[in-house]
Design a protein around this ligand. Structure first.
Ligand SMILES: Nc1ncnc2c1ncn2[C@@H]1O[C@H](COP(=O)(O)OP(=O)(O)OP(=O)(O)O)[C@@H](O)[C@H]1O
Length: 691
């Protein structure tokens, strides 16, 4: 049976199971009301559009005659119409989306002591018609019961307090293009069937929302409003990225008066990943959020201060001394060494002497005392504050109205008492201080290696101060295992806001990073930690295979079955290439949408791409890529992180390519990118990690 037939069959099994005439009628009624609402929304948009154009025309035609005050009023009015227009378009778009699929579930809830149950339909957005609330947003308090409870006692946290009662019915629906494809009663425990159906789909071009099948443990993370810092350690495919995005959608809904999309940022590993996840929030009716990389942050903070090199690829860089420097700076201990230096640094760098201007003098002791009083500020800022204090004192004493120095002049004099003139000199001093001068190597004048960028910024913060951003109120950090404690230390200074930090310490890609999950947790006082062990992406067979490569202890596969992964021995490299080609040809005849050919290095991916691109429509995903494209992708393990493919081919799994413990992580990442089918190829001897 072909893949397409299999996929169709599983949907037919569900289709034929339960016909619900009452639900068909209900949907018809909702469709009518949605049509009506859409007509009204269209009319509103047209009316506001016309009003805007009319007003604009009036202003252009009468520009010379309108006095400036009236002009200003008119511009304000025009802005108001424009905003109302944008709002009306937003409403219309939501109704149009609801028309495709108005809701995905119904729960009947009987409040304690009430005689009867009330039915609530839950969908992507809420929808009212007349005075009736017909569909509840999946993020509404009452909707949480759909995710949290089966039939029986249930409750939810309403704004006015906890409401207890019982769920008396739970139905799930699949509505496509306004038509009911299936409806299922939860009492027969179909939750899993629907999840299976969702998971057996072929991949979409971009990550999609999962509101109809969010699992209980995922819902608890999504609806966690209290955590200051929420750290999610989850096995490959456990839905971490999905959940983080749904959590943002939930928080935007829950705190709509104080939080908007522009207050949320995601630190993502690369542009391809950013593009891959960019649809989820718009699909949920929210604006996309801003994405940042660590390099973007460094660019802003170090502009005009120092230059820096891009990071080197640890797999393709054969430089032991460099690797040692990276290892040295990747630990929590390194942050502690910097903290200890920073604590002593003001005393080391600032040596006050008496300051005299005409008959006005301030003693070194007084300067020192004032300098100490501002200990929570960066050194340079402290000098400015001390200079202001000295100025105030001179000014108060200046009863004869003599010439006194300006605050800036005093500050300049204080700056001369600094033994270190800039952060770069101070950074060099740090390595002398800890007696490891060999740990700092500068590739060019005033240019840092990537590994020095965040330690440098950390010191710069204490010496000169950061360019802070107060606009961000929630920060999401994905692939947390890839960042070192010093990077977190800088992020914590820069973004003093709530955080959702997620990743998987079994998916380490940097062999020179020595930090652990515990180290990251120790950097936060307000941390709440959650672990996810169920993997939703891959079939049972693929997860069982991945588990043999890396026994992550907790990983638990979902009961969705597929082909056993194939491990194919090739005669030689030519034969291996032929097998890849025949894999591509077989893939082209299936219903799958994406095939990932995943190599160990970016270099190998590029070579393979050149080899295949003459004859096949293939895409290369390299560190320079900016977009994710469905189809046949050739990429490295590093770039495949966070992505998924219907089918994955992992070539070159021989003993000379994958042999270290670290390679184990890489193979684990590569194999867990596959949703439905996995093939591994090797020539000569197989990797000992697979044998
Ligand atoms: N409750 C769910 N219902 C339907 N699909 C789900 C659910 N949870 C996760 N998935 C699907 O599982 C896949 C993996 O999700 P996601 O990429 O968020 O996992 P991850 O933990 O970030 O993975 P990794 O660390 O391996 O990159 C996605 O296709 C996602 O849609």
């Amino acid at each position: 049976m072909s893949t397409r037939q299999k996929l169709n069959r599983s949907s037919q099994d569900i289709n034929s199971s339960i016909p619900f005439p009452d639900e068909i009628l209900h949907l018809e009624e909702i469709n009518h009301k949605l049509d009506d609402a859409l007509r009204k929304a269209d009319a509103d948009v047209d009316r506001l559009d016309e009003e805007y154009m009319e007003f604009k025309r009036y202003m252009v035609e009468n520009r010379g005659e309108i006095d400036p005050h009236e002009m200003f009023q008119n511009e304000l009015a025009l802005n108001r119409i424009d905003n109302s227009g944008a709002f009306a378009v937003g409403i219309r778009d939501k109704i149009a989306k609801l028309k495709e699929s108005p809701y995905f579930s119904r729960i009947d809830f009987r409040e304690a002591n009430a005689a009867e149950s009330t039915a609530y339909y839950i969908g992507r957005f809420s929808f009212s018609h007349g005075n009736e609330l017909l569909i509840f947003d999946w993020r509404a308090p009452i909707a949480s019961m759909f995710y949290d409870y089966e039939i029986g006692p249930a409750g939810f946290d309403a704004p006015q307090g906890r409401i207890e009662g019982a769920l008396t019915r739970k139905r799930q629906f699949k509505i496509k293009d306004g038509k009911l494809e299936y409806a299922l009663e939860s009492s027969v425990n179909i939750q899993d069937d629907i999840l299976q159906q969702e998971l057996s789909h072929t991949s979409d071009e971009k990550m999609k929302s999962i509101i109809a099948t969010i699992q209980k443990e995922q819902n608890q993370i999504i609806r966690n409003e209290k955590a200051g810092t929420l750290i999610i350690q989850g096995v490959a495919g456990s839905g971490k990225t999905s959940i983080a995005l749904h959590r943002i959608a939930f928080l935007l809904y829950r705190f709509k008066d104080s939080l908007s999309a522009k207050n949320v940022t995601i630190l993502s590993p690369n542009k391809v990943f950013g593009d891959y996840i960019s649809n989820v929030l718009p699909e949920l009716g929210e604006e996309p959020i801003y994405e940042l990389s660590f390099a973007d942050i460094a660019k802003v903070q170090l502009e005009g201060v120092v230059d820096f090199e891009a990071d080197k690829d640890p797999i393709e860089t054969n430089d032991g001394a460099w690797a040692e420097r990276v290892r040295f700076k990747s630990t929590l201990d390194f942050v502690k060494q910097m903290d200890s230096f920073i604590a002593q640094m003001p005393g080391i760098v600032f040596e006050p002497v008496d300051y005299t201007y005409g008959r006005f003098t301030v003693k070194a002791d007084t300067i020192s005392a004032r300098f100490d009083a501002y200990s929570k500020y960066p050194v340079k800022r402290r000098l400015q504050m001390v200079a202001n204090d000295i100025f105030d004192r001179f000014d108060t004493d200046n009863y004869m109205e003599e010439d006194i120095p300006k605050s800036r002049t005093i500050q300049k004099a204080l700056s001369k008492m600094l033994k270190v003139k800039d952060t770069l000199s101070l950074y060099k001093e740090f390595y002398n201080h800890i007696e490891r001068p060999e740990m700092l190597v500068m590739p060019a004048k005033k240019t840092l290696e990537w590994v020095d960028v965040f330690p440098f910024i950390y010191l710069h913060t204490a010496y000169e101060g950061l360019k802070e951003s107060s606009i961000i109120r929630h920060l999401v950090i994905d692939e947390m295992q890839d960042y070192t404690p010093i990077q977190y230390a800088v992020i914590n200074l820069l973004f003093k806001c709530k955080k959702t930090i997620l990743g998987d310490f079994d998916q380490f890609i940097n062999p020179n990073h020595l930090h652990t999950l515990d180290d990251i947790q120790l950097l936060y006082d307000d941390v709440e930690f959650v672990e996810l062990s169920k993997s939703y992406r891959s079939t049972y067979e693929i997860i069982s295979f991945a588990k043999q490569i890396k026994c992550t202890g907790t990983i638990e596969a979902i009961e969705r079955h597929g082909e056993t992964p194939a491990l194919i021995k090739c005669q030689n490299k030519r034969d291996e290439l032929m097998r890849i080609k025949s894999g591509i040809e077989t893939f082209s005849q299936t219903a799958y949408s994406s095939l990932g050919i995943i190599t160990k290095t970016n270099h190998d991916a590029k070579l393979l791409y050149f080899e295949l691109s003459h004859n096949y429509d293939v895409h290369l995903i390299s560190p320079e890529s900016t977009h994710f494209v469905n189809g046949i992708c050739i990429t490295s393990i590093q770039m495949s992180k966070g992505l998924e493919f219907d089918e994955a081919i992992v070539p070159y799994v021989d003993k000379n390519t994958y042999f270290t413990e670290y390679d184990r992580s890489l193979l684990y990442i590569a194999c867990t990118r596959a949703m439905h089918k996995l093939t591994l190829l090797y020539t000569k001897e197989i990797s000992p990690l697979l044998g």
